[in-house]
Write a protein that binds this ligand. Sequence first.
Ligand SMILES: [Cu+2]
Length: 359
Amino acid sequence: MNTIRLYNLTGWIFLAALFLISCQEESMVNPGNPELKGLANANDNARDQAYLQKNSLEMTVFHDEGTGEHAYNFSTQEVDAGWVTMKLVNPTHSDHFALFYHVPQEAIEAAEAADLSIKDYWHQVITTPFQDEFNPYIQGNIDYGTFVNNLVGELLGVAPWFFNPGAAVVGGPGITAGGHVSQTSVYLEPGTYIAECYIKDDDQLFHSYTGMLETLVVSSSYADVKEPKPSIDVTVSSIDGIQHPETIRPGKHTVAIHYLDQTTYSNLVGHNVQLVRFDNGYDTSLLNELGLYMNWSTVEGLTVHSPEGTTFMGGSMEMLSGTAYYYVNLKPGTYAWIAEVPDSASKGMLKVFTVPSPN
Ligand SMILES: [Cu+2]
C-alpha cells in the first residue's frame, strides 16, 4: 500500500522518531438484492446524467480470476484535465475505494529506466516494500515505530522521489460498500496518476498489493466542464475537524467537501471525508467500533467489511487542498461523516447527522 506519502520528509522522520521513543449517489449494482432496493438510483435526471458523464471515469471492481484477488477495470485509460467525475462501481462483497496520486516526473523516469510500466514500477518500489515491512508489525513481531522506521529507510533507498518531491494525493471516490456505487468529482491537472485501494483482506494483505492499482493519464487539454454547484458544504481541517449541516433534507445532493488544510497523522495518512449510514441506528459502542475501523494500522482496521450495522456510501479520499464534489441520494435515516484518522471522534472528525422524513 502506498498511502504513506509524506507532505515532507521531516514530518515523517519526526513521526518515526516519536514512535521509537515511546484509504452521487448511491445506486443499486445488484437490483436482485432486495436489501439494496431502498437505495434508489437518483441519477435519473437527464441534465445531471449529462453532466456526470462529461470527462468521466468509471472504475468497476472485479474479481481477478488469475490472482483470485480484486482489481479495477477502468472505462478509459485517459481523461482530459479539469473537472473529472469518477464513478466507483462495486459489485463485490467487500468495501473498496480509489485514492489517486499524481506520479512525479522522477518516478516516470525511474520506471522508464527500469523498463517497467508505471503500475509495475510503483508496485515494485512502493506497494511491495510497504506490505513487506508491514507484515512483521501486524504479525506482532515488531512495534509500530520500528515498522515506520524500517519503511522510511527502505523507501528512501528504492524510491527517494516518494519523499522529495513526493506524490501528491488528489482524492478519489471514498469507501464504498459491496453492492453499491459512488460518484465524486475532482479537479486534475495534466499528468500521470495512479489509483489504489488499501483496504485489507482478512489475511492483512492490502488490496493494492494484490491487484487494486491502476494508472490514469490526464491529457494536456482541458475539458469544457464547469465546477459543480453544491447543495451542501462540508469542511474538514486539522483544527476544526469536520464541519457540516446538522440536518440534511432527503433526496439528491451534491456535497462540496472543502479541504481547509492537510497534515499527516500517526497512521501516516492525511484526513479524508467518508459518508456512513447507520442501518439500524447507533450507540456509543458502534461509534467506538467505527472509529477503530478507520485506522488501517490495526488488525481490525480497514478490513473488507465495516462494522455490522454500518454501510459506507463513498465520499472523498484524501486531498492536499481544494474541493471534491460528492453526489449522493439520501434516504431518511441516521448517518455520519467520518475521516480516516486514529481516534476520529476526539479530532472532531466523526459527526453524526440526521436526514428527517419528508413532511
Ligand atoms: Cu479494495
